[in-house]
Design a protein around this ligand. Structure first.
Ligand SMILES: [Fe+2]
Length: 195
């Protein structure tokens, strides 16, 4: 689909026009439909599993942007042991584990947000995502503070759909060991270790 039919990417620009809460729910359904398409699996996912190199960080194997730039779709490859920093996004997001499994940790911010570069987090919940699970969704900013990792011994692949960003600001990275938070701009990782 996504490789052969632009109309599906056009759908994403329509999705981007919806209020965020509706958009991210629809995004989860859109991803679930995508990953059940044999052509998408065969051309975009299966080849990735044959060449997963050891890595601490996940790698972004494919990126698709909708024609008007409203949404971006990314395919992540997770080597065993790889993980993201704890982070959020300026947009809504949805992700679906299509091969193997990944661990999703979610956090809530319990400070008042008045101090620059300071954030105090508390773990809120975690779950393991498999191919048989529904897509997970995040709200923008503190409504979706999360980390994804692959603590298993097998590689994993997930697909992620993000809504419109706020300019060049992609989101924020958090270091709870120092109650620290900083902005992350498109194309950069402000702390060593995903998007
Ligand atoms: Fe993320």
């Amino acid at each position: 689909m996504i490789t052969s039919c632009d109309s599906n990417l056009n759908e994403l620009d329509q999705l981007a026009q919806l209020p965020a809460a509706f958009a991210r729910a629809e995004a989860g359904l859109w991803l679930e439909a995508l990953v059940n398409q044999p052509t998408f699996l065969k051309t975009q996912i299966v080849p990735l599993l044959d060449r997963v190199a050891p890595a601490d960080d996940p790698s972004i194997a494919r990126t698709f942007v909708s024609p008007l730039g409203g949404c971006s779709l990314q395919v992540f490859v997770w080597a065993p042991g790889s993980k993201t920093p704890i982070h959020d996004h300026t947009s809504w997001g949805a992700y679906y584990c299509v091969a193997g499994s990944v661990l999703e940790d979610r956090y809530e911010r319990i400070d008042d947000g008045t101090q620059l570069n300071r954030a105090h987090l508390r773990p809120s919940w975690r779950r393991v995502l498999h191919r048989t699970d529904r897509a997970s969704t995040v709200a923008p900013y503190a409504g979706g503070i999360h980390r994804i990792s692959n603590p298993s011994s097998r590689p994993a692949v997930s697909v992620h759909l993000y809504g419109p960003r706020m300019g060049g600001l992609d989101g924020r990275d958090y270091d709870p060991s120092h109650d620290y938070v900083c902005d992350r701009y498109e194309g950069e990782r402000s702390m060593p270790q995903e998007r």
